[in-house]
Each structure stands twice: as C-alpha cells, then as structure tokens.
Write a new protein. Structure first.
Length: 63
C-alpha cells in the first residue's frame, strides 16, 4: 500500500482521462441539426423581470 500513498495522483489522472474520453465520445453522438429541428418551445418566463424596468428609480443623467 506504500505505492498507493506515493502514486495516488496517477490513479486520479487515469480517472480524469476516462471521464474526458467518455465526454468526447458522448458529444460526438450529438447532432446539432437534429436538435435544432426538434427543439422544444421554451415556457414563458414567470418572474416578470421586464416589468421591473418600468418603475426604475435611478436618478436621471442630465446632458
């Protein structure tokens, strides 16, 4: 187990390499044209951020 204490970082690198390779493999399967053709509609926003701008109380700049 002494080697594990000395070379733990190699196991971490192998794990990260496996994660990165799986991400690349999964991203190759994504077809952006097909996704854009079947893109779901976004629901309307419910937080009404656009109405907050109407009652803006910032001081007006004088030219």
């Amino acid at each position: 187990m002494d080697w594990l204490a000395k070379y733990w970082w190699i196991l971490v690198l192998v794990f990260l390499l496996g994660v990165i390779l799986n991400v690349i493999k999964d991203l190759k399967r994504v077809d952006p044209k097909k996704y854009m053709a079947n893109k779901p509609e976004l629901p309307p926003h419910r937080d009404f951020n656009d109405k907050w701008d109407d009652d803006d109380e910032w001081p007006k700049k004088k030219p």
